[in-house]
Design a protein. Structure first.
Length: 681
């Protein structure tokens, strides 16, 4: 008997994988998909990949360090299966079910020794073959043990796809379902629960209207309950799985906590530092560690019933980064919500449109919700969505929550202190980290330390989580922040002092003041600083402020109209950047022949997902010799901009792969840079 697992025969494991794959296949609505083959052909190809995926374990060399059973399994499939258009996808998926799907596929295994245990292998294969024919009426050929040399099959498969014939969706489906089925048969999984909304919740008119069951765009002001509207939409789609994408790690963690209150353990989190988040926020006993490792694995692959993620995770997945295929299958088999797409980031919007196209080819229902969505963005979305229904919170758009004053003082500290002394809760929002740090240091001279908090994106993971909890629970009297507070933070201040910014960003900042329209909200806008040019287009900011001058107490609807007007004025520049974003993802797909995994050098090239400064995650060199464990080190990681003297000074830990840099860091101020550092976002 050939063993696929220490406690399981090849036959039993393969049957389990096949049965799991059938369940995965049924989760996708193939009636709405655009896969270039029949549903029957696709199903047979997936089952065939499952049948062959572990046959390479029937070799004497299995278990040796330099032996790849995945490669031998692919050779057996290549020698046994008849030629047809889907065969290269099946062979390639088998090759990649345990590792690389890149250009240099198995180059170090070209000369591996293979000694097949012929009689046992044929016997186990025939049992699997009979099972598949009996249960699924799929006739598989006899097993041909005269396998080609590894180099022959590798060269043939790679050439097949490098000719440009690779179909992204076909590969994603076969590879993704094989991976998910194999993992679930081996490790178990998180079973989706039947979820529903709390029946006691009272829904507003637009929240009820959101239950369209199809592609939907929701336009509503901040604080009006777009999240509840989108959940009602999700339930109406009938999909058992949901993925919600937000702009930043901070907004994702905040939203994750909100969803977890509603749906408990059914909620998953996906971002770049998930391991540390779980470590620092959950009291994991030693005997539960294995269970949490499994849960973390499935969270990263969007397997939870509800998945809250940064949009970067989706865009990178759509560009073939990492193990992208099972992620795409999980995301596309559910429903997808985009929480806020900003017109001041047209390059990223272009990439997002291309990824939405890929999801729609799977028939995935999509909801986009925003407080500021100009007409051109709606038109672009209508081009890639399936005749979307547009839901507008007309009642909320009539609300007037704020009064606006434009002031000349570039940093109006005296007025901030004046409002604070009146007992008002004050939010001060600026465009760069260095400016925020300067404002904070100045206010410390007057404002009580217990009343004052600084928050921006250049704190390390550990401190950022502490600050987020402090801001959302204790609600400090004076909060100095960058645009990190714009989206999905449940904070409500009396007065906002904000540096000038594009109207979509300003509208989001306005939403942190008088959030629920139950009091007077005052907003003071001070001038755009020269050093903020690295963050926002000065022209976009100037047009936004020019239009805002016409309104002292704008309604939410008027703010939306200003967004539309400014966007129209800037449309030629915006269109150019959208097209640049589209060209970016098309280029990356091209250099990977659609199906190969993105290379590391591509992942960290300039402007991969958005325009602006290049950045990198590092740990202050101070901690290198402090005898910290891995999780403690992850807590010290900071995302910082790449400056002139940074790259030559980086030191990589050979064990963990973590990068250390000689940078200055303060628990109170965050990252303060290197010598002669320019301003940072």
């Amino acid at each position: 008997m050939i063993k696929a697992k220490p406690d399981k025969s090849l036959f039993l494991h393969t049957v389990e994988v096949i049965n799991k794959a059938v369940l995965e296949f049924k989760r996708i609505d193939w009636r709405s998909s655009e896969i270039p083959c029949s549903e029957e052909e696709l199903f047979q190809s997936i089952i065939t990949a499952c049948v062959f995926h572990d046959l390479g374990k029937g070799a004497v060399e299995f278990g040796n360090k330099n032996y790849s059973h995945a490669l031998t399994s692919a050779l057996l499939a290549d020698s046994s299966l008849p030629e047809n258009p889907l065969k290269p996808y099946v062979v390639f998926a088998i090759m990649g079910h345990h590792g690389t799907r890149s250009k240099d596929l198995f180059q170090h295994h070209k000369n591996q020794k293979i000694t097949l245990r012929k009689e046992e292998l044929i016997r186990e294969y025939n049992e699997i073959r009979d099972y598949v024919e009996y249960l699924y009426s799929i006739e598989l050929p006899p097993l041909n043990l005269n396998i080609p040399k590894p180099d022959e099959t590798l060269t043939k498969i790679l050439k097949t796809f490098w000719r440009g014939t690779g179909n992204w969706h076909l590969h994603a489906t076969i590879q993704g379902i094989l991976n998910l089925a194999d993992w679930k048969a081996s490790e178990g999984t998180v079973l989706p629960s039947r979820l529903s909304l709390n029946p006691n919740k009272t829904l507003r008119k637009f929240q009820k209207q959101a239950a369209t069951g199809k592609d939907t765009i929701i336009i509503a002001p901040t604080g009006r309950g777009k999240t509840l509207a989108s959940l009602n939409w999700w339930i109406s789609t009938g999909r058992k799985k949901l993925s919600v994408f937000l702009p930043t790690v901070t907004t994702v963690e905040s939203m994750f906590e909100n969803y977890r209150k509603e749906f408990g353990k059914n909620t998953g989190l996906v971002h770049g530092n998930l391991a540390y988040y779980l470590y620092s926020n959950f009291d994991i006993a030693e005997d539960e560690f294995s269970e949490w490792e499994t849960k973390k694995f499935w969270m990263k692959h969007f397997e939870m019933p509800i998945n809250i993620s940064t949009i970067d995770q989706l865009l990178l997945t759509g560009m073939n980064w990492g193990r992208w295929e099972p992620k795409i299958i999980n995301i596309s088999s559910g429903a997808v919500i985009f929480d806020e797409l900003h017109f001041s980031q047209p390059f990223t919007f272009g990439i997002t449109l291309e990824v939405i196209k890929k999801l729609k080819a799977f028939g995935t229902p999509i909801c986009v919700m925003s407080a500021t969505l100009p007409d051109y963005m709606i038109e672009k979305l209508e081009e890639v969505l399936d005749n979307p229904k547009i839901i507008i919170d007309n009642e909320g758009l009539k609300e007037k929550r704020i009064s606006i004053s434009l002031i000349d003082n570039p940093t109006p500290l005296d007025k901030v202190i004046e409002e604070y002394k009146k007992g008002k809760k004050v939010l001060c929002c600026v465009n760069t980290v260095k400016h925020a740090q300067g404002v904070y240091e100045a206010l410390k001279k007057t404002v009580k330390s217990s009343d004052l908090v600084l928050y921006h994106g250049r704190f390390n993971t550990e401190d950022r989580q502490k600050l987020l909890k402090l801001i959302t629970t204790e609600k400090p009297a004076v909060l100095v922040a960058t645009q990190i507070v714009e989206i999905s933070l449940n904070i409500d201040y009396d007065v906002l002092f904000t540096e000038a910014a594009p109207i979509d960003s300003l509208t989001q900042r306005f939403g942190r003041v008088n959030r629920f329209g139950k009091k007077e909200g005052k907003v003071y806008i001070f001038p755009f600083r020269e050093n903020s040019r690295s963050v926002y287009s000065p022209q976009l900011v100037d047009k936004s402020i020019e239009k805002l001058k016409e309104y002292r107490t704008p309604s939410q609807g008027e703010l939306l109209e200003i967004s539309k007007t400014v966007a129209e004025i800037m449309l030629p520049e915006i269109e150019e950047k959208i097209n640049f974003g589209i060209a970016q993802i098309q280029h990356i797909n091209g250099i990977n022949a659609s199906i190969f995994a993105m290379q590391l050098d591509t992942r960290f090239q300039d402007d991969l997902l958005r325009e602006g400064l290049r950045s990198i995650t590092v740990i202050p060199e101070y901690f290198k010799d402090k005898n910290l464990n891995l999780m403690e080190l992850l807590g010290k990681q900071i995302r910082i901009p790449i400056t002139k003297g940074l790259l030559p000074s980086l030191v990589k830990d050979p064990k963990t792969g973590l990068l250390f840099a000689p940078i200055a860091y303060d628990e109170e101020l965050g990252y303060t840079g290197m010598i002669e550092e320019s301003e940072i976002i």
